[in-house]
Design a protein around this ligand. Structure first.
Ligand code: GDP
Length: 365
């Protein structure tokens, strides 16, 4: 009895904190924004439908060859609410139809980069505004980049796209339509693509390192996942019968390729990574690295603008020598002691708009 009382006394109750967090998060629901990019026809829509078992592209309009010659990249957004065992997920898929379709694809990554920046900008505005309670987060958490299985490794457009976006979004490269390659070809292509990613200095999404106290099985799974890049995927919207079982697959005259068979492709590994193991990390990296970089650049640019404006005003009022001194004093006192928003409110002629800043606040990850 004595021991029981003692242990009761020692138990304050903060051990229930994880449960409290869990309950609150489940009540609030989760959201995730996934972007798919790559040339059209590489199986992006089919894969997304296979991944989330939905039909997200019911009203898609496919363009003919002539229309595609001058096509510009469009950004489309589809949102679905899915629920599993009482856990709600608002899933947004951002597609980039038209990417790589035109005859001249120079800078066709630009509208994709602009879209990502716009979402950061919107979040930055909302976060700096008065009502921060119900901010809608449209930041892109992950970009599945589809690499053609028919080329010899990366194409110039792939390199250009990934280099332009790797500091804005978590890029996960996938080798599309893996059923068109033999297992040896898949292996060779993966090695080549990994080498090229390294060679061109492309920073794709890095899986976090395992904790040293994780069990061996987990460590092995983690290593397998890292060695899998780029995920060789197969998509299918049809269910076929294989060995008496109904499975999602592709039926060929010589047999069936099963989407969810790990011996046929990395579809399950990709889905597990995206949904079961790394969704939260993808969101954390977006918030802590990509958005943070964008925000820091915005604030720097705003500060520079304010100081410049102030100096211009001083220069109009006082002779050059005093203006230089005043400039120095302004810089010292304001940059060290006031927040940028304080500065903005003092300089009434400047609007508090990120849109007025240089559009591409590229950042160091
Ligand atoms: P998107 O334009 O990138 O969205 O490509 P779609 O998903 O519309 O697919 C284009 C064509 O490729 C369709 O005929 C699909 O049936 C086919 N397809 C999609 N995924 C695969 C795949 O994994 N392997 C093969 N062989 N064909 C695929």
């Amino acid at each position: 009895v004595c021991e029981l009382l003692l242990s009761d006394k020692e138990y304050v109750g903060f051990a229930t904190l994880p449960n409290q967090v869990h309950r609150k998060s489940v009540k609030k629901g989760f959201d995730f924004t996934l972007m798919v990019a790559g040339e059209s026809g590489l199986g992006k829509s089919t894969l997304v439908n296979s991944l989330f078992l939905t039909d997200l592209y019911k009203d898609r309009k496919l363009l003919n060859a002539e229309e595609r010659i001058t096509q510009t990249v469009e950004i489309t957004k589809h949102t679905v609410d899915i629920e599993e065992k009482g856990v709600k997920l608002k899933l947004t898929i951002v597609d980039t139809p038209g990417f790589g379709d035109a005859v001249n694809n120079t800078e066709c990554w630009k509208s994709v980069a602009d879209y990502i920046d716009q979402q950061f900008e919107q979040y930055f505005r909302d976060e700096s505004g008065l009502n921060r309670k119900n901010i809608q987060d449209n930041r892109v958490h992950c970009c599945l980049y589809f690499i053609s299985p028919f080329g010899h490794g990366l194409r110039p457009l792939d390199v250009e796209f990934m280099k332009a976006l790797h500091e804005k979004v978590n890029i996960v490269p996938v080798l599309a339509k893996a059923d068109t390659l033999t297992p040896t070809e898949v292996k060779r292509k993966k090695i080549k693509i990994r080498e090229e990613i390294e060679q061109y200095g492309i920073k794709i999404y890095q899986f976090p390192d395992c904790d040293s106290d994780e069990d061996e099985d987990f460590k092995q799974q983690d290593q397998e996942l890292k060695d899998c890049i780029p995920f060789a995927v197969i998509g299918s919207n049809t269910v076929v019968e294989a060995k008496g079982k109904r499975v999602r697959g592709r039926l060929y005259p010589w047999g069936i390729v099963e989407v969810e068979n790990p011996a046929h492709c990395d579809f399950v590994k990709l889905r597990n990574m995206l949904v079961r193991t790394h969704m939260q990390d993808l969101k954390d990296v977006t918030r802590e690295t990509h958005y943070e970089n964008y925000r820091a650049h915005c604030i720097q640019s705003m500060t520079r603008m304010v100081v410049k404006e102030r100096n211009r005003k001083y220069a109009l009022l006082i002779p050059p020598a005093e203006a230089a001194l005043a400039h120095f004093i302004t810089l010292e006192s304001h940059i060290t002691s006031t927040s940028v928003f304080g500065l903005m409110s003092q300089t009434t002629s400047l609007p508090l708009h990120c849109a007025d800043l240089p559009a591409n606040c590229t950042a160091q990850r």
